[in-house]
Design a binder for this molecule. Structure first.
Ligand code: SF4
Length: 309
């Protein structure tokens, strides 16, 4: 991005906008950066060589927080949360504490820890499963050899376990572009995924979310190496859409990292921009945190076109 380009904050101000906290309704729990995959687009640089995972004591802080604050949604993510010791206990303790529960999976890690499927289904955890494309070669270029077939196997097992059957267990897919370009329109992409996955592989799911890749972490390194960083960030900036700012997820979500530090989203976690008021999950009380949300130029990825959230 050129020196002369206005920052995200300056862009907000030029539109008479500010980014501040509204009533918080979602607790996102990032259980750590350990993952069985090392995807090219990962903004957290998660992978098999990372050792950061949430301890039992921080899990206890998370559960205590969910007991004292009536969150509408608890959203568990990683890394690959399936690989975290005691993840089953955390899911079991959180399940009764929020009416809506979301668990994010790359599918392959869940296939390697099938014992967790009962805990997820009986606890009413909806799933957000990442599947970057319906083309096997595209998926494997981004995630590694064998990942596409393993993901399809897991999706079929989830259908068999009652996910996306209309009985309340939701299965959502999350896709993102393979390169330095913005995602296609969500509705058309969902129809394409639904048609292809059902016809070719017998897989059903509830809905598809298409997200722009964040110019952070491993994806940013790839953009730099491939000479695409400036062009990609320029295209995000040119598509800035002020109408999506009031609905950005950072306004209503707190994201707790593996070590208990609080952020306004997990992109700010990758950018090392903690929440401006309350710093640790053990200190969070109802009605907090208020105030301004720290931003960086990665925020342009959330406000490009129809927005990220
Ligand atoms: S990255 Fe997106 S969700 Fe996070 S603070 Fe920026 S605009 Fe909000």
């Amino acid at each position: 991005m050129s020196q002369a380009s206005p920052s995200f904050l300056q862009t907000l101000r030029a539109h008479g906008l500010e980014l501040c906290k509204a009533a918080v309704n979602t607790l996102q729990v990032n259980t750590g950066y350990l993952c069985n995959l090392a995807c090219r687009h990962c903004h957290l640089e998660a992978g098999p060589s990372r050792s950061e995972v949430m301890s039992r004591s921080t899990m206890a802080d998370v559960v205590a927080c969910a007991r004292r604050i009536p969150f509408e949604t608890v959203d568990v993510t990683g890394g690959a949360p399936e690989m975290v010791p005691d993840i089953g206990a955390l899911l079991g303790e959180l399940a009764p504490l929020a009416p809506r529960r979301m668990f994010r999976t790359n599918l392959v890690a869940l296939r390697e820890n099938m014992g967790l499927l009962d805990t997820l289904a009986s606890g009413g955890w909806n799933l957000a499963a990442s599947l970057p494309a319906v083309s096997g070669s595209q998926v494997e270029a981004m995630r590694g050899h064998g990942v596409f077939e393993a993901s399809l196997d897991m999706l079929r097992a989830l259908n068999e376990a009652g996910y996306a059957s209309g009985d309340g267990l939701e299965l959502h897919l999350v896709a993102n572009p393979a390169g330095a370009f913005l995602p296609p329109a969500q509705e058309a992409a969902q129809k394409h995924f639904q048609r292809e996955l059902l016809r070719r592989h017998g897989v059903r799911f509830n809905s598809l979310f298409v997200f722009a890749n964040m110019p952070l972490g491993r994806f940013k390194s790839w953009l730099e190496r491939s000479g695409n960083l400036e062009g990609y960030t320029r295209s995000l900036r040119e598509r800035f859409n002020p109408a999506v700012v009031p609905g950005l997820m950072c306004r209503t979500l707190v994201s707790v990292a593996w070590d208990g530090t609080l952020y306004d989203c997990d992109f700010n976690q990758a950018a090392q921009l903690p929440s401006s008021s309350v710093r640790h999950i053990s200190e969070l009380a109802a009605g907090q945190p208020g105030g301004d949300i720290p931003t960086g130029d990665h925020c342009f990825a959330c406000t490009a076109g129809s927005g990220f959230t």
